[in-house]
Design a protein around this ligand. Sequence first.
Ligand SMILES: Cc1cc2nc3c(=O)[nH]c(=O)nc-3n(C[C@H](O)[C@H](O)[C@H](O)COP(=O)(O)OP(=O)(O)OC[C@H]3O[C@@H](n4cnc5c(N)ncnc54)[C@H](O)[C@@H]3O)c2cc1C
Length: 445
Amino acid sequence: MVTVTAQPSEAPHVVVLGGGLAGVACAHRLGDEGIRVTLVDRNDYHQFQPLLYQVATSQLPAQDIARPHRTIFRAHPTVEVRSVEVTSVDPQAPSLTLVDGDVLTGTHLVMAAGGRAEYFGVPGADEHAFPLYSVSDAERLRLHFRQLLDDAGDDQEALESALDVVVVGGGPTGVEVAGALAELTRALATLGEIPRPGRILLVDRGKVLLGGFSEKSHEYAHRRLTKEGAELQLGTGVSAVYADRVELDDGSVVPTRTVVWGGGESAATIVAESGLPTGRGGRVQVTPELTVEGHPRVYAVGDVANIPSDEDPGVLPQLGSVAQQSGRWAADNILRELTGQPAVPFRYKDKGIMAMIGRNAAVAEVGKHRHQVEGPVAFAAWLGVHAMLLSGAHSKTDAFLSWAWDYFDRDHAAVVESSTTEAPHRIAWGDDEADVPHISTERRG
Ligand SMILES: Cc1cc2nc3c(=O)[nH]c(=O)nc-3n(C[C@H](O)[C@H](O)[C@H](O)COP(=O)(O)OP(=O)(O)OC[C@H]3O[C@@H](n4cnc5c(N)ncnc54)[C@H](O)[C@@H]3O)c2cc1C
């Protein structure tokens, strides 16, 4: 427990906007020290984004990657959770206005509101494409696939193209989704559920997959995805999205009822009207100490912030480990202030970059010199990093580890067969039965 020596005129009260990896890490650290925290999130649960595509492709139930905030903070009596939409931010006060009209004022404010899909003004994308940023997005996509199959019924012609998908974006999200969909539809075809595997077309304006990775990883991702049966159209953008087709900027038209958008992200909508200084991706510009210029008691962390870095492109990427570490660092700087010490610039411990491309296929680049590994070794690296991320919100990561090895190793057709007749394979968290997240499929924020 820290001894507070600094002189905010009132007792410290940190208001945290967002209960993702960054907000939870921040509130945890402050709660450990007995500091009063109010954490506000529109959802009553924390969502683990790296496994969203598993929910969208029916390989995990949504509840397994959504843990109620109240459960997470059960052992932290000074952390209060409010499950409500925030409608505005006043960095001066600092305070948040909630949709129910309440105004929450703190001595400190931590903005950890994350990001959202960025459609770059592509006509029809907002209306027709499926983003994959939240558990609600993933559930909506899963239900959409089920609806397409239900609508097709026994009509073989309709079934044939029901699961043809265009995936926009060749970054980790697009590659992971395309890999999982190619596997899933191939398994469904093997089982006779559909006449042929879905046509999974991945489109990206860039010339390579996994742009931020090395050339070896670009080639690996290319090889693995095409081996799974996905088609790639690189160097091509999407110019319009409709309910039944997409138009590409080379003039071609691809019939599809499903466009999955992994084509970019920007800061959560709340930032635009907050009056906070923004930069690339509409994200909040922060100092090396993670505060907002001119507002020493307002912090921005995780995906909502542009966190300075010495490496190209000058800011840290939108990654789980950046979010978790920056959230904890902001808490530490608040604790330093409260004990009369100066804030310290954020030092990111780089855990590497990695992507899962499907069963038995993963790529990772780790260490200072970005050593590249593929296959099971890369999967082990992925698992280690993600177990650590999950440990902030789900204390028992052994349940995740055993589920993940099983998934990685399993025969996919058998998985699909069992999930068409019974509930999908679960991560056995062993939480209290009463710990149920309230997941809605409404489109928000
Ligand atoms: C599909 C996908 C796959 C990914 N895979 C990986 C991966 O494999 N490895 C990796 O390291 N990173 C991965 N990432 C990135 C990583 O998940 C993010 O960097 C990280 O989760 C960001 O955490 P955060 O706390 O900043 O934001 P978030 O987790 O987005 O949390 C923000 C929270 O703020 C809440 N919120 C926002 N606005 C409001 C409002 N107005 N009112 C109330 N609440 C609000 C939201 O509900 C949300 O809970 C992936 C991201 C995506 C989308």
